[in-house]
Design a protein around this ligand. Structure first.
Ligand code: HEC
Ligand code: HEC
Ligand code: HEC
Ligand code: HEC
Ligand code: HEC
Ligand code: HEC
Ligand code: HEC
Length: 485
């Protein structure tokens, strides 16, 4: 079974030709895709801060459809250097400038003609994301049946396969329990709250058209059907109620506490006085169980009351000091701006966050979900309930301004390496010994500080060389009344 040389040679040529054609095709195809990608990337890098397609006016006007009303040549000129065009008296440019409150657009002289044209191509070809049609009621937020809820629950825990693939359980990213490690994905409870909130997310939209790059990557394997999303929303509906129940556990514990207090009293009375029950072992069991229950309840309550060192609760937004104070080097006082002149340092309001997050809409780690919570809080008027970490007892007086302003002590001396913390925690133990030790050891900056002009005698001692430095102790830092009301 041998081929003639000619045939096999012909075959080889054929194969070579075919592969050449394939290579050329791939190159052509990917260069086309590249041009589109380039326009998109350039737009996201240079323009997105001020223009967002399909979302209306931001800093600059809406650009979707702009190619229908403006000449391409004009667009290139305007984008390259709008100021030049406006100054030249171009009527359209002047009109646009005035309509936008004379906010100048920066120039892009660094971009080539080709690059600017690729951006314009991207804008011209941009299509609003298509609304998908669903056969289920996409507006339903309550009144699900038990079967729908259970099916959704199993899907969420990865126990039922999805029709179009996807094997990772939802709860492996969207935790259903609190965790002490950092997880950037929204928790299942957060998703549930966002789902039942009327101004919250539309789960059908966000699951069929990912809201951010982060979500696109994380959800790559899922193409959920309307039916599946419906069932999952049934589960989320139920889950939003479950969690709130868990928080109201205290009255139950209080009842238990009282019940055992009564039982133990009765047992004691019977043991010593009435002696109705013959077997003493019964009294002893009741008292032993009662004491154990009481001790347990006391422990749990004490732990939640006295927030101790290293306390690091989950906050309502996954806010990271590492990203803000560390990576982006935002000054502590930008957010805690009252620390210099007030007793407390304060927690920033939504407005402070929005100064930046009106523009920064998505994070590298958490996508849009966490940042959206700020907007939602403004819209529905429910303030963000930050959980307080440091909480000194009522009878102690501590003032930030005294320490950071007058005393010139760095925040990090007391709060530790905050700029490295993704999750904020209590660094120092805030015990009396901690305050006192530092007052003994820390020299105050006396010279040229008006705040201390009342301590004339110490000043004189310092001058005459009787003292070589002055600690907080010497200006009364150990007086009981300075720290205790
Ligand atoms: C710093 C914010 C900012 C950035 C960044 C920015 N723009 Fe603008 N853009 C504006 C403002 C403001 C206007 C309104 C015109 C004016 O006041 O000069 C505008 C206007 C325009 C117009 C004219 C709209 C019209 O109605 O004719 C076009 C086109 C445009 N921008 C494209 C772009 C492109 C493309 C980029 C990125 C390469 C970009 N802009 C980057 C703020 C910005
Ligand atoms: C972008 C705003 C922002 C910046 C910048 C910032 N913080 Fe915060 N800080 C917050 C928010 C929001 C909270 C509440 C959430 C939390 O505890 O993580 C907070 C909480 C804290 C807490 C705990 C408060 C409590 O509940 O007891 C301390 C301590 C703190 N910040 C110190 C600092 C220090 C020190 C810096 C500078 C290195 C800093 N922060 C920079 C916003 C900021
Ligand atoms: C001398 C130690 C010390 C220094 C320095 C210090 N703090 Fe504090 N900080 C504390 C103590 C103690 C508390 C707890 C106060 C309380 O519970 O009343 C606290 C609480 C806080 C809180 C919780 C909310 C509040 O106002 O009580 C924030 C936020 C905070 N500090 C931020 C800062 C920032 C930002 C700086 C630097 C500008 C700073 N701290 C400097 C000791 C310090
Ligand atoms: C000075 C500007 C500024 C302020 C003020 C600010 N942020 Fe940010 N925030 C940023 C920047 C920049 C990023 C990083 C975006 C990225 O990942 O590239 C960011 C990221 C985030 C992220 C996402 C983190 C991630 O990587 O996914 C959250 C959540 C967030 N901020 C919440 C808040 C909250 C809450 C406040 C108000 C207490 C606040 N920010 C105030 C600038 C700011
Ligand atoms: C690999 C991790 C991962 C898995 C698995 C995963 N998710 Fe997500 N999901 C994310 C991240 C990260 C985000 C937040 C991205 C954002 O908001 O930009 C998100 C966002 C969401 C959102 C909110 C979108 C919005 O409106 O902001 C919903 C709803 C959601 N996921 C549901 C699910 C369901 C249902 C499953 C299981 C079929 C699932 N996720 C599986 C990581 C995951
Ligand atoms: C890192 C060192 C340090 C720690 C920790 C510290 N302090 Fe101070 N404190 C100082 C210094 C230095 C001064 C004196 C300079 C000044 O008045 O600013 C001072 C001053 C004071 C004063 C005013 C004393 C006066 O004479 O008016 C009070 C009150 C006070 N501290 C309370 C506290 C309490 C309460 C704590 C613990 C919760 C504490 N401090 C922890 C360094 C510290
Ligand atoms: C520099 C500040 C400071 C000074 C000075 C100070 N204390 Fe305290 N004291 C504290 C702090 C902070 C606590 C709370 C510590 C805790 O909760 O563990 C405390 C707690 C206490 C408590 C309650 C202990 C407890 O477990 O609740 C007593 C009692 C007390 N102090 C007495 C005194 C007396 C008496 C003096 C004067 C000799 C004094 N303190 C001086 C800061 C101070």
């Amino acid at each position: 079974m041998s081929h003639t040389p000619f045939v096999s040679g012909f075959r080889q040529v054929n194969i070579v030709l075919a592969s050449l054609a394939t290579i050329i095709l791939i190159t052509l195809h990917s260069s086309g895709a590249f041009a589109q990608d380039q326009g998109k990337q350039l737009f996201e890098k240079n323009c997105q801060v001020c223009h967002r397609l399909g979302e209306g006016k931001l800093v600059g006007p809406e650009l979707a459809g702009i190619t229908a009303t403006r000449e391409r040549e004009w667009l290139v000129k305007f984008i390259r250097n709008s100021k030049e065009l406006i100054d030249s008296g171009d009527p359209i440019a002047v009109k646009v400038f005035e309509e936008n409150n004379k906010i100048p657009m920066q120039s892009f002289t660094n971009l080539s003609n080709g690059e600017i044209n690729s951006i314009i191509d991207y804008i011209a070809n941009w299509q609003p994301p298509q609304k998908k049609e669903f056969t289920v009621d996409v507006n339903k937020k309550e009144g699900f049946t038990e079967i729908e809820i259970r099916r959704g629950e199993r899907m969420f825990y990865g126990l039922i396969p999805f029709e179009n693939g996807g094997t990772t359980a939802c709860n492996s990213c969207h935790y259903t329990k609190n965790s002490d490690s950092l997880n950037w994905s929204p928790s299942a409870h957060d998703l549930a709250v966002a789902f039942v909130d009327n101004s919250g997310m539309n789960i059908y939209e966000s699951l069929s058209e990912p809201t951010s790059e982060v979500m696109e990557n994380a959800h790559k394997e899922f193409k959920l059907t309307g039916e599946e999303i419906y069932n999952i929303s049934a589960f989320l509906y139920e889950f939003s109620h479950k969690e709130t129940k868990a928080f109201k556990i205290f009255p139950k514990r209080l009842m238990l506490f009282i019940l055992f207090a009564i039982l133990m009293t009765l047992a004691l009375i019977d043991l010593i006085f009435t002696k109705n029950i013959k077997y003493r072992i019964i009294h002893l069991i009741i008292i032993a169980v009662g004491l154990t229950v009481h001790f347990n309840i006391a422990m749990v309550e004490a732990q939640s009351l006295s927030r101790t060192q290293d306390y690091a609760p989950d906050q309502p937004i996954k806010f990271s000091h590492k990203i803000h104070a560390g990576d982006n080097q935002t000054d502590c006082r930008y957010c805690h701006h009252i620390a210099d002149f007030s007793k407390s340092a304060g927690i920033p309001s939504n407005d402070v966050c929005l100064n930046c997050h009106n523009v920064v809409l998505a994070g590298r780690n958490s996508g849009k979900f966490e940042i959206n919570k700020i907007k939602r809080s403004v819209e529905n008027g429910k303030p963000i309930k930050w959980i307080r970490i440091h909480n000194m007892q009522e009878h102690v007086f501590f003032s930030h301004s005294q320490h950071v302003n007058a005393g010139n002590i760095e925040c990090e001396t007391c709060h530790g390496p905050v700029a490295e913390m993704d999750i904020m925690k209590q660094f120092s133990d805030l015990s009396m010994g901690w305050c006192i030790n530092c007052h003994r050891d820390t020299r105050v900056n006396f010279k040229g500080n008006d705040y201390y002009s009342t301590y004339m005698k110490l000043h004189d001692d310092l001058k005459s060389g009787k003292l070589d430095s002055i600690t907080a102790e010497q200006i009364g830092g150990l007086d009981c009344m300075k720290c205790h009301y």
